[in-house]
Design a protein around this ligand. Sequence first.
Ligand SMILES: [Zn+2]
Ligand SMILES: [Zn+2]
Length: 349
Amino acid sequence: MKAALLTAFDTTPEITEVPDPECPRDGVIVAVRACGVCRSDHHAWKGADPDVALPHVMGHEFSGDVIAVGPECHGFSVGDRVTAPFILGCGACPDCRGGEPTICNHQHVIGFTGWGAFAEQIAIPRADFNLVVLPEGVGYAAAAGMGCRVTTAFRGVVDRAKIQPGEWLAVHGCGGVGLSAIMIGAALGARIVAVDVNHSALDTARAMGANLTLNAVEHDDLGEAIRGATGGGTHVSVDALGITQTFHNSLKSLRKMGRHVQIGMPLGQHANPPIPLLDMIYSRQITLHGTRGIGAHRFASLFEMIAAGRMDPSRLITKEIALSGVAKALEDMNEFTGHGVTVITDMAS
Ligand SMILES: [Zn+2]
Ligand SMILES: [Zn+2]
């Protein structure tokens, strides 16, 4: 099969033939029809993600068709249109059985601990536990973000922070996952403040339902600006980027007893930022929520929102490219100047 093979970090992945994946006994082979290009692919490409070993195939936001089924997989057939969360659980441990496969000790992370979907095919192990059938109304390109940015935002805002209608939600960083958080928050009746350094990203944020937008470079004290505009601060605030500045800005956005959600993955120099324990966590009684991925069983709630017309993940897609365009898409992420989401929809060229 064709794949975008990375043999050295921060170099152009080579579009080349690699062996077809073997079908796991309890899994399936999926012919990839679409795969999103995500900021965490950029982290992997740069060599910033400790899980990635070379040579490697990135890509974790896929959708496609089942083309082979292992003898111990019973819930899927050839021809099923599918996607999967990027964290695959073992399905057997207490965390998986308790409905929390994202903290499974035996997890397989597509495109990180194993090869991903910047390729014509991908193997998905333990498919009965991890694979998700796409509803008819959800196309391949729209579904390509379901396994990562859309579901990660959903788990962060809904399952972890438990956003309520009428509450204020601040979103720091309006890339794919930030825009998803805005769309989901708006669908649930939250009032939203979107923050970015890029005017076109803020325009998109407004189109996705943000009530207020602030350009971080235009405010000396962003926290004060947000607290002033929201009557004391937001109830929930999301760091959708994972750098020290957005983390601190998120904390400063919150009203007393507010809930911070860490969605962006903090890496390198941003891995262990100072935490204002006395001023924020203790005195203002702020809660910190970590979140990462989602379990396959939670996709149903999102599909219901889509079917009811309350959100449309295809609106996030600003560019559709061929597999050979992936290097350029990753390079474009070096600066935070892009907006919206790029999806590979042609895996053969
Ligand atoms: Zn992702
Ligand atoms: Zn498990």
